[in-house]
Write a protein that binds this ligand. Structure first.
Ligand SMILES: [Zn+2]
Ligand SMILES: [Zn+2]
Ligand SMILES: [Zn+2]
Ligand SMILES: [Zn+2]
Ligand SMILES: [Zn+2]
Length: 525
């Protein structure tokens, strides 16, 4: 960051607007305040030697001020005041030699016409054109920007080689100062948001209390409203709206269409225009869910959380203070890697299964205790079992998807492996009690169904059953034919081990065919 100086016109001072037509301007070189542009001009001529015609030292420009614009003695500057106090050493000044001295920069012979001047810093001789810079020097001729230094003439080399010089003016690093200011502002901001948070918490806790107190009263609606109004007034002192002429946020004047509202958190008078949204009424529940980290009290005493129907009016500035960093943190927590996001879903499924299993086991026990034909118990058990199996299937699917995810780091890789291990162990453990059930469950449910739909019977079978058994029989006969062929070729090629297992398969198929044929009786084909 730089602070310009340079030879420009003085900048207008923003502080003094009430001086009238005579503007106060500051000198771009030394920062001194001057009452008018005219006086600045004179100041530049006198103190900084900007008067080209009379380019000379401060001492000689005092004489030129008679010729120049300014003749008021009170305009003599600090520099010229100090002038009397300090005596510049002149030992290093080069002595001019008549007719032989040349300008150290341009080499022109120096005479009365083009000037003959020593640079106050290096002491070399120059023509007037090459020694017209102003620089602050102290008694020993050293560059000095403190009050010890006063303005002197110097050559271009001395001017440009001074500390902090750059082509666009003096450079001054104000970054650290800026940082300091910024930090204190940030700290202020944190303090403000803490204070507003406290008010919001007090307000919401108060509203909850009022609701709890009246929740069983018939007149609750009549009582809650005025109590909340009183509470709102106690949180922060409200600014007098009689004297408020314009919105404290958007500065628009109030009128018939611009109604006045008080922010319940800062007490300022603000508008509620749609376009500027300087303030808005927000349901308490929304505020609570947007700041779940605040310590809300007595929520559990409410009959139902939805009964909190009150709104709180807050201005946009307060809302930003309280909720801006919350939204930020909310966003931060959302930046989870894909694998952890998926794991959350997996974990949820796991919890469902873990919660369902004890219920299932209990239902199974009651079924064993009572008579197994209890319809409701069987139904319940079947329902729970189906639910468990569905969730486990989903769990299995999701865990496989996680295992196939592309991982981005070694850490994620580790997480992936442990999820895979855990998931397979979990499925095996939880599937075990479910596997035993079919024997208990299926015969009973089948029986129920069979007796229900016994309108048309063939050998005590329904039409559907006949159809089903016939299909099964067909498949088995096809299988038998295939296995017989395989057995023959295995025997031919002396693959005896294969032949033995094929033989036992064939026996099994024959048994099943016999079974089905007896069931179907005359309906077989
Ligand atoms: Zn100045
Ligand atoms: Zn020269
Ligand atoms: Zn010099
Ligand atoms: Zn407004
Ligand atoms: Zn406010």
């Amino acid at each position: 960051m730089t602070e310009g100086d340079g030879r420009l016109l003085g900048s207008e001072s923003p502080i003094n607007e009430n001086v009238g037509h005579s503007q106060v301007v500051t000198c771009p070189v030394c920062g001194k305040e001057v009452k008018s542009l005219r006086k600045l001009n004179a100041h530049l001529d006198n103190v900084h030697g900007f008067n080209d015609k009379h380019a000379s030292d401060v001492e000689s420009s005092r004489e030129s001020s008679v010729v120049g614009l300014n003749t008021h003695p009170q305009d003599t500057t600090l520099g010229s005041n100090n002038k009397g106090k300090i005596k510049m050493k002149t030992a290093h000044w080069k002595k001019p030699v008549d007719g032989k001295s040349v300008c150290f920069e341009c080499g022109h012979k120096l005479n009365a016409r083009n000037g003959l001047i020593n640079c106050r810093k290096c002491g070399e001789l120059f023509c007037l054109n090459h020694c017209k810079n102003a620089i602050k020097l102290n008694e020993s001729g050293e560059y000095d920007t403190t009050t010890n230094g006063i303005w002197f003439k110097c050559c271009n080399t001395c001017y440009t080689s001074r500390e902090g010089y750059n082509d666009f003016g003096l450079s001054k690093d104000v970054t650290s100062a800026f940082k300091r200011i910024r930090n204190t502002k940030n700290e202020d901001g944190e303090l403000i948001s803490l204070q507003l948070e406290n008010r919001l918490l007090r307000l919401i806790n108060g509203i909850i209390k009022i609701n709890v107190r009246h929740q069983y009263s018939i007149l609750s609606a009549l009582r809650i409203k005025p109590e909340i109004s009183n509470l709102e007034r106690s949180i922060v002192e409200w600014k007098d709206d009689q004297v408020a002429l314009k919105c404290d946020i958007c500065s628009q004047p109030f009128g018939l269409l611009m109604r006045k509202h008080h922010c319940r958190l800062c007490g300022l008078v603000v508008c509620d225009r749609e376009t500027s949204r300087c303030s808005s009424e927000i349901p308490v529940l929304n505020l609570m869910s947007a700041a779940p980290d605040l310590a809300f009290e007595n929520v559990e005493s409410l009959k139902a959380i939805s009964q909190l129907s009150a709104d709180i009016r807050a201005c946009s500035s307060c809302l930003r203070y309280v909720f801006a960093h919350r939204k930020l943190q909310f966003n931060k927590t959302l930046q989870l890697p894909e694998i952890l996001k998926q794991y959350e879903n997996l974990h949820n499924l796991e919890m469902i299964v873990v919660n369902l299993l004890p219920r299932f086991k209990k239902a199974l026990e009651t079924l064993h205790d009572n008579h197994p034909s209890e319809k409701n118990a069987v139904h319940n058990l079947a329902h729970l079992r189906r639910k468990l199996l569905q969730n486990l299937a989903l769990y299995d699917k999701l865990s496989k998807r996680i295992v196939q995810l592309e991982v981005k780091s070694e850490a994620e890789n580790k997480v992936q492996r442990s999820i895979a291990l855990h998931a397979s162990a979990f499925i095996e453990e939880k599937m075990l009690p479910l596997k035993k059930i079919p024997e208990v469950l299926n015969p009973t449910t089948d029986k129920v169904e069979v007796t229900k739909s016994s309108d048309l019977l063939f050998n005590n079978l329904t039409i559907a059953e006949v159809k089903k058994y016939r299909e099964e029989l067909m498949v088995l006969r096809e299988q038998k034919y295939l296995v017989e062929n395989m057995l023959n070729s295995a025997a031919k090629e002396r693959r005896f081990e294969e032949a033995i297992s094929l033989k036992s398969n064939l026996l099994e198929i024959d048994m099943n065919i016999n079974d089905l044929e007896t069931k179907l009786g005359d309906e077989g084909f």
